[in-house]
Design a protein around this ligand. Structure first.
Ligand code: AMP
Length: 502
């Protein structure tokens, strides 16, 4: 029987857990560590080196390493290695392969299936990219689940007194808020929100900028511009940040030799916690609007929350915990290890999917609305955010011009009224619409989002006998690099907001 494996593919660290007996357990990597740095570098012959060895090699050879690739998942970003370019999916695939191979060696058996977690706020494209990374690592991805949902699973569902849980997940690169209801073996996600561009890395960067500013020129400039010096500064900043979670001050010592110059500058400084908190106040405050949004979407007040769970390494910062107290009026729960909870929950979900443990029914929600572009560059929602998954919905659209025989179905994700302000997921064309007066044809556009939050879109002309039909599976290789031209300029193909309701 296949081993149930859960993987938390984090921005900063990746963690793999398996089910042993009926309990999940994190498996150490080849270096004996439970957390594998999500860092990749390449050897002279362009072979990937992953985790701690990559970090150490990069530090020893002043070489650039690929870190925080998760932030680029599903984008057109490329990593140049010699003559070759790597996609973020490939880089993540190297990380997944490393934890898979190490776990296989540790367990003495092969691993071919896994549940992988993503931030609740990941859009369709980023989820597809994560699935692809799993595939490249030789894994069958049983399911993609949201990190906060996995954390709630790890927290346990047998606590009768706790029904409504709010999860704050502040990792290296993303911030997620989820509100979940737990009752009688059913875990229902009520609302998700977040900021995909907020995480512990931003705190490191802020502190690194501040430290670079303390250097006289030309060192300050070198720290700002030289990639490997900048990386070392960032690492020193991260170390100080972590120390400041438990100590009132942290000392920063930096390697200071300047490339191609004889001179060195000795550099040592002390950062006090209050100073760090003042420097990063705006980053902390960015956690407030998504939290308020999730509460509003779930139609709850802070007083309705029974438990606040903190997940992700960066929630160890005292300022984050203080903000949780201030905003939600209670002491956050500390019983979960924020580094391991997500992987443990993912392993539990894998165990349930493989029939190895008692099932919990997961009712997840769509994190962002999905719809199509309509005439005038507007966005028409077909599936609303926070609808339970799986979900399917159809809307009827019509033509904007007389004798229009084709229609562009431009699929978007987001909450903005103007199409161009949302994320373009892809585009396909429905053809062979009979030439009729504008507003007469009826085209049914159907969106189906599965339990992984992955989307299938189809369009069907209802009026003609001829079956004009198109279907799009939102795969990463279908996505255009640039948003297509606005419909206002693609004459004869535009379509309008529904004239005929479905
Ligand atoms: P994760 O993506 O959950 O692994 O979280 C990684 C982030 O948490 C990184 O930005 C780490 O620097 C940060 N982190 C880990 N431990 C601590 C700590 N004790 N205090 C502050 N930040 C931490």
């Amino acid at each position: 029987m296949s081993r149930a494996v859960g993987i938390d593919l984090g921005t900063t660290y990746t963690v793999l857990a398996v089910i042993e007996g009926d309990q999940p357990r994190v498996i150490p990597n080849a270096e004996g560590e439970l957390l594998t740095p999500s860092v990749v570098t390449f050897t002279q012959d362009e072979q990937p080196l992953v985790g701690l060895p990559a970090k150490l090699q990069a530090a020893a050879h002043h070489q650039w390493a690929v870190a925080s690739i998760k932030r680029h998942m599903g984008s057109g970003h490329r990593v140049q290695v010699g003559e070759r370019e790597h996609t973020p999916e490939e880089i993540s695939g190297f990380i997944l392969r490393k934890v898979k191979t190490d776990a296989e060696a540790y367990l003495g058996e092969s691993i071919d299936k896994a549940v992988i977690t993503v931030p609740a706020y990941f859009n369709d494209r980023q989820r597809q990219a994560t699935r692809q990374a799993g595939f490249l690592a030789g894994l069958q991805v049983l399911r993609i689940i949201n990190e906060p949902t996995a954390a709630a699973l790890a927290y346990g569902l047998d606590r009768e007194d706790i029904h409504t849980v709010l999860v704050w997940d502040l990792g290296g690169g993303t911030f997620d808020v989820s509100i979940l209801e737990i009752e009688a073996g059913i875990l229902e996600v009520r609302a998700v929100s977040g900021d995909p561009w907020l995480g512990g890395d931003d705190y490191d960067q802020r502190l690194a900028d501040y430290l670079a500013g303390l250097y006289p020129e030309p060192w300050g400039k070198a720290f700002r511009q030289d990639r490997s010096l900048r990386q070392r500064l960032q690492e020193a900043a991260e170390k100080a940040k972590i120390e400041l979670s438990t100590q009132p001050w942290a000392q920063v010592r930096l390697p200071t030799a300047l490339p191609e110059r004889e001179e060195t500058a000795s550099f040592k400084t002390t950062v006090i916690r209050e100073q760090f908190q003042a420097l990063t106040r705006d980053l902390l405050e960015r956690m407030i609007p998504p939290t308020e949004q999730a509460l509003a979407d779930a139609e709850l007040k802070p007083g309705d929350i029974h438990r606040v769970l903190l997940v992700g390494g960066a929630t160890r910062m005292p300022a984050v915990q203080e903000l949780a107290r201030e905003l939600l009026g209670q002491e956050p729960y500390r019983g979960l290890n924020p580094d391991e909870a997500v992987a443990l929950g993912a392993a539990l979900q894998a165990g349930m999917l493989l029939g190895q443990m008692k099932k919990t029914i997961l009712l997840d929600v769509l994190p962002l609305s999905l719809g199509v572009e309509t005439q005038g560059g507007l966005f028409a929602r077909v599936l609303r955010r926070n609808i339970h998954l799986p979900a399917a919905e159809s809307r009827i659209f019509t033509t904007a011009a007389d004798n229009q025989t084709s229609m562009d179905i431009h699929v978007l994700q987001g909450e903005q009224e103007r199409a161009q302000d949302n994320l373009s997921l892809g585009q396909f064309q429905l053809q062979d619409i009979p030439p009729l007066s504008k507003g007469v044809p009826r085209v049914e556009v159907t969106f189906e989002a599965d339990v992984n939050g992955i989307l299938h879109v189809s369009a069907r002309d209802l009026l003609s006998e001829s079956e004009a039909k198109a279907e799009m599976i939102a795969r990463p290789d279908h996505y255009p690099e640039k948003p297509p031209l606005s419909l206002a300029t693609s004459q004869g193909r535009a379509f309008e907001t529904p004239r005929i309701s479905g």
